[in-house]
Design a protein around this ligand. Structure first.
Ligand SMILES: [Ca+2]
Length: 195
């Protein structure tokens, strides 16, 4: 029993380190949680439309989430913004910083014209600048000051490949004859726009 519990625990530890891409961030907001994004609750919170839950940004709403990509390469960010009534200058912005906010790397900006509400603005972007960083700040915001402006973020995924840093040991096998599984190649990314 003790061995079984230990094996299950080891398997749970090993699971995220499986071959291929891992999701360092995966938010669909369907549980009405903020998914680890910190923001002023008066301006940032979940919102539901036709069964889909998103993270809504009222005017001037900002949320951040800090992650580590230490030991990972091939960092790719996927996210969708929906936008409405941004006004003449408002934008929905997704960006990242590796220097504590001194500089911001653009992930996605939605400007007026992309703000018809139901149209998803989707990006899947490889960002090698974010590889192997102890601290990556991800930031989402609605820059509009128009009182009716809204940005909704959804399906946020940050995927990456472990580069051979420390990994959890595989559970002990009864037989040592099991050959090693071949490494899966490439990065599998869920694309909601996939035909
Ligand atoms: Ca959702």
């Amino acid at each position: 029993m003790k061995y079984l519990a230990a094996a299950v625990f080891a398997a749970a530890l090993a699971m995220p380190a499986a071959a291929g891409a891992e999701a360092l961030v995966s938010n669909d907001f369907q549980n009405y949680g903020n998914g680890g994004w910190d923001g002023d609750p008066k301006r940032v919170g979940t919102s539901e439309y036709a069964g889909n839950v998103t993270l809504r940004f009222a005017p001037q709403g900002i949320a951040t989430r800090t992650i580590s990509t230490s030991g990972y390469a091939g960092v790719t960010v996927n996210l969708t913004f929906y936008a409405l009534m941004l006004g003449p200058h408002g934008q929905c912005v997704a960006e990242a910083s590796i220097d504590d906010g001194a500089n911001w790397i653009r992930i996605l900006r939605v400007s007026p014209g992309g703000d018809n509400g139901l149209k998803p603005n989707f990006v899947s972007k490889a960002l090698p600048e974010l590889d192997n960083q102890a601290k990556v700040i991800l930031r989402l915001k609605n820059t509009s000051k128009d009182e009716n402006a809204n940005c909704w973020a959804d399906n946020i995924q940050v995927t990456a490949n472990a580069t051979g840093g420390p990994r959890a040991a595989a559970p002990a096998q009864a037989s040592a004859q099991t050959p090693a599984a071949p490494e899966a190649a490439g990065t599998v990314v869920w694309d909601p726009n996939e035909k």
